[in-house]
Design a protein around this ligand. Structure first.
Ligand SMILES: CC(=O)SCCNC(=O)CCNC(=O)[C@H](O)C(C)(C)COP(=O)(O)OP(=O)(O)OC[C@H]1O[C@@H](n2cnc3c(N)ncnc32)[C@H](O)[C@@H]1OP(=O)(O)O
Ligand SMILES: CC(=O)C(=O)O
Length: 542
């Protein structure tokens, strides 16, 4: 393999192939916002969609070309070669691509003879003519033309030459780049690499050295990124993909992973924004926010878990040198290292996590050991601290003897009203909860109501405390997760509850475990209020 420092063009197709993913529907405004995020990142090309075929895409190009001030990227439209038996200059679909005004036109063409005969129902010769005519026409009109050779790799297994002839026809007609597509995503890196080398040699032998090769891969074998990397190492100069690996079926190659791999691992320039690498994580979140899809924590480079460390042995080495258990410095890609504390923790994990939370345990080996033991003990009963940082902090403070007590609970109970008549509008049982507690302001007995017993308990607890601690009125429960831990024990099963609370500025999560959901919820609720008040620096009034 030759080493090279040749730049790679990143061609993003989130707005076209990404939008072909189940569950994604982008408005024109969404598309404009994503295009801006991609330009800020520094991709070379943004494929915006198929004008003429999809009305929203026609509108997108009209607005993008007149309104967006792109600093790095060039806009590309996507469309097909002319129809069988027509003239490119008279095909309304081809004319719509021109009318869009985009400087780059990417044409999808059949390059697998089976698709030509079975899907297009024409001959190999006519398909080559469709490629030639359409590319020639658009180049003559002053556009840069890329050709997406659909099913390129699969096609070669049925006819070893036909795909190559399609590339030649496009190159001779003036295409700048021919993009080899693993449309069904069924190929593996070794065969992709070999076929890219073959295509490069073939184009060179035919005097088409100026024609670049691109690669477009799908993730049906879990190899989209690996396949694209194999193609790059075999000579591809352009790589196509989508943010967060969105795309048809199992997705396209993730351009954020590719950008990281190309720039960091191969040392080749790819992003046109020289600070683009540090934007990778932000771009992933920015685009996920617009698509309204929670990004996977396990995305390479940019995921929340990409640099999260759970095992005690890892943490003990990381404490000495973070490079020992990380392939790169997470800040290079705008991400952060995190420590997770769980039953797998050792003293190093606990000290690093505590430090993250602003507690210095470095000179306190005895206390650190007690925290490790307490975490392991509680996790054996069903608690999870890697999902509940706030409860972990309370545990550390409790072990260290500096856990503030904001109120003393005497008793609490809940009452669920039975019968259909007591169902609320959203179908939940109406409930009542009574809390008896004591603060410096005296003894409070408060009854609250709610949709369900936990909601009623939450209301009663806050009402009882709101006069003494007015900050509590800003606390809001935003997520509530229940998990039954031992499903074989029927009604005796252990239940774990995770509660996420916000005060409008930050969010925190607490955990409770009990024999029933109400007991577990009570524990998580009390911890939630305690941590919230402690975080605000409120002095206990008991
Ligand atoms: C691999 C990929 O992901 S390619 C991207 C695919 N993206 C999309 O399909 C999304 C947008 N598509 C659409 O809006 C519609 O399918 C349209 C407007 C393009 C076409 O719609 P219709 O005219 O109703 O045709 P329909 O979708 O049923 O069939 C596609 C037609 O294009 C033809 N066609 C398919 N590929 C090509 C090609 N590379 N070059 C020329 N014609 C082609 C088919 O033979 C078929 O022709 P026919 O109508 O004469 O039978
Ligand atoms: C062009 C394209 O999206 C594909 O072949 O997968």
């Amino acid at each position: 393999m030759k080493t090279t420092t040749q730049p790679i063009e990143i061609y993003d197709t989130t707005l076209r192939d990404g939008a072909q993913m189940e569950g994604i529907s982008l408005s024109v405004a969404d598309k404009l916002n994503i295009a801006q995020a991609l330009d800020d990142l520094g991709v070379s090309f943004i494929e915006g969609g198929w004008p003429g075929a999809i009305p929203k895409d026609t509108e997108f190009f009209a607005l993008a070309l007149s309104k967006l001030q792109l600093r790095h990227a060039t806009l590309a439209v996507f469309g097909a070669t002319r129809k069988v038996g027509t003239k490119a200059s008279e095909d309304p679909q081809v004319l719509a691509l021109l009318e869009s005004g985009a400087p780059v036109i990417t044409l999808v063409a059949k390059s697998d003879l089976r698709h030509v005969t079975d899907a297009l129902k024409t001959t190999g010769q006519e398909n080559l003519a469709m490629v030639r005519d359409t590319v020639q026409f658009l180049v003559k009109e002053g556009r840069r033309v890329f050709l997406d050779a659909e099913h390129y790799f699969d096609g070669l297994t049925h006819d070893a030459d036909y795909g190559l002839k399609v590339l030649k026809a496009a190159g001779e007609a003036g295409a700048e780049t021919v993009v080899l597509c693993d449309t069904n995503g069924g190929n593996l890196p070794s065969s992709i690499g070999a076929k890219v080398t073959e295509a490069r040699d073939y184009l060179d032998k035919n005097g088409l050295t100026q024609v670049k090769i691109g690669i477009h891969t799908h993730n049906d074998t879990g190899c989209a990124v690996a396949n694209a990397m194999a193609a790059i190492e075999a000579g591809a100069a352009q790589v196509q993909g989508c943010v967060n690996g969105y795309g048809e079926r199992t997705g396209n190659a993730d351009i954020l992973t590719l950008a990281g791999n190309i720039e960091i691992k191969l040392g080749r320039p790819a992003l046109l924004n020289e600070k683009g690498l540090a934007e990778l994580t932000r771009t992933s979140h920015r685009v996920a926010e617009i698509t309204n899809l929670q990004p996977s924590k396990r995305l390479p480079y940019v995921g929340d878990s990409s640099f999260a460390h759970k095992a005690g042995l890892h943490a003990s080495a990381i404490r000495v040198n973070p490079d020992l258990y990380q392939h790169i410095d997470p800040t290079t890609v705008g991400n952060d290292m995190r420590m997770l504390v769980s039953e797998m923790a050792g003293r190093a994990s606990v000290q690093l996590k505590a430090k993250e939370l602003g507690i210095d345990l470095s000179g306190t080996p005895y206390l650190t050991g007690r925290v490790v033991e307490a975490v392991k003990e509680k996790e054996s009963h069903g608690y999870v601290f890697d999902a509940a940082d706030a409860s972990f902090e309370l545990l550390v403070r409790a072990q260290g003897g500096d856990l503030p007590t904001y109120f003393e609970v005497e008793t609490w109970r809940t009452l669920v009203q039975a019968g259909r008549a007591s169902l609320s509008e959203n179908g939940e049982a109406e409930a009542e909860a009574t809390v008896k507690l004591r603060t410096r302001d005296g003894r409070k007995i408060v009854t609250g109501e709610g949709n369900g017993p936990v909601n009623a308990l939450d209301h009663a607890l806050r009402q009882a405390l709101s006069q003494t601690y007015p900050d509590i009125t800003n606390f809001e429960l935003v997520d509530y997760k229940v998990r039954i831990l031992d499903t074989t024990s029927g009604t005796d099963a252990t239940v774990r509850v995770l509660i996420t609370t916000t005060n409008g500025d930050i969010q925190w999560t607490t955990v409770g475990v009990g024999e029933d959901v109400i007991e577990a919820s009570w524990e998580a609720l009390v911890e939630s209020l305690t941590w919230g008040l402690m975080h605000l620096g409120v002095r206990p009034k008991v």
